[in-house]
Design a protein around this ligand. Sequence first.
Ligand code: SF4
Length: 565
Amino acid sequence: MAGGYMGKLLFVDLTTGKIKEETPGESLYRDFIGGYGIGARILYSRQKAGADPLGPENTLGLITGPLTGTPATFGCRWVAVSKSPLTGGWGDSNCGGYFGPYLKFAGYDGVFISGVSAKPVYLLIDNGKAVIKDGSHLWGKNTLETEETLEAEYGPEARAICIGPAGERVARLACIINNRHDTAGRAGMGAVMGSKRLKAVVARGNMKVPLADPGAADMLRKEHIAEGKEWFARFGIYGTASHAADSAHSGDSPVKNWGGVGAIEMPDNSGLNKEIVRAYVDKRGGCWHCPSACKATLKMGPPEFPYPVGAQRPEYESTAAFGAMCLVTDYHAIILANHLCNLYGLDTISTGTAIGFAMECFEYGIITKKDTGGIELTWGNAEAIPAMVEKIARREDIGDALADGVRITAEKIGRGAEKYAVHIGGQELGLHDPKSGGFMVYRGKPMMAMYQMDATPGRHTTGFGPPQFMGYVLNAAGVCLHSNIGITDPHKYLAGFLSAVTGYRRSISELEKAGERIGNMRHVFSLREGDVPIKRFVHPRIAGRPPFKEGPLAGVTVDMEAQAY
Ligand code: SF4
């Protein structure tokens, strides 16, 4: 067996309680690398087409890559995969934190969970042994309480992923949390976990990940850190939201539910300034062994937005979702909304987008204070943002529909609401406007973010071609995307680490071929479910139809058909 892999996968059926360990053939690892590559291959071959995403036949995979838990820089990632309850097609969500490395230290490259438990449970994976445990005492707890309870039971060397109350209520916007605030947010993975009555998965162990050439891996790590140190440090100081204020005015962030121009609708964006946010920082932090450590916890919030010490600094996407999308510039409101999403286990991108959509419905009288439970859901109302997060998490009033995303809400309430439900194929989008271009960069060349061509729609990618194929390899390998920032030739490090860790010596073109295979496998899963990328619904605002008359994106229309082709 190549280095980087523990060589074992775990299969758990929560209906029967059966747990099975498998040792896959080497070709699975070589051809599909890890993460969502292995996930797509396994789910395509073992799961029947047409499974209900929230039923027992759907499988939830939690899978690491060969570089996860190794000296490879930024090698901390794991991926949750499943049929998505938002889109009905392939779904995956990439996450950092600590769970991925610890799953490998516990002896497994991945775990695949099917069935539905009759009562709340959690899965304990402890140094090569797995057992399903009663989770009744965890059910109803928020994610922080759940992690603290499990740490008290299993010690600080155990690392858990879990769902919060939103996942228990099978909200399609629910996410999976680990390390308090690191989230597998996209594609409704928390709803899948909740539908199985699986509250948490705990990994504990002290096994070592085998390395083909540890000396080469160490040398490459030093070289990578030396080359990227300026950018890695900058990310660490300001976090990913450092450009949130600029993006709100440049056309990068969608504004007012994708329908507004930042400089006109929210001329004063100073509340999102990176130095203001920096002043709130209490402690810096990051994922397992990360040289950038782009996370931070914050000091206590003001009385009107009472988040506690230790609340997380919001990422860019969360800031844009609760900020520019809703015309809110009070950072304290954004922090509190983000904090509540972490506690309840909600995806911030979709939740912020759902609130922006509801604000527009409120503006046009499609919903009223009767639907919002008395909340004045007007644009820019900072107090309304955390209040609406509470409604969504508890499935109260209009929050009950919004908990399943904008498409389902529009279908439920009717009255023309679908006009304002901005999504691609059922999922709300990441917060970089494809009309602005230039956010995605491949080998120094700016590219438009393309949202409809990923197997998990709504994710900003570089389309479906060689630039994205290497992105698939990076994700499948278990590395954070930020490892590329400020690096002249990121492929050198990715290929170098894969070679040093696994022992497979592959050229860039061979890796691109593996990436293409992974991309195809994910798409093939979706195609079998009837989710065809070129036929997906794309809300006209995303493409600029009609184009803006003013602002930096005036007159810009994205040729989505050409992208799809
Ligand atoms: S750069 Fe940030 S998100 Fe990426 S691994 Fe490091 S701490 Fe985690």
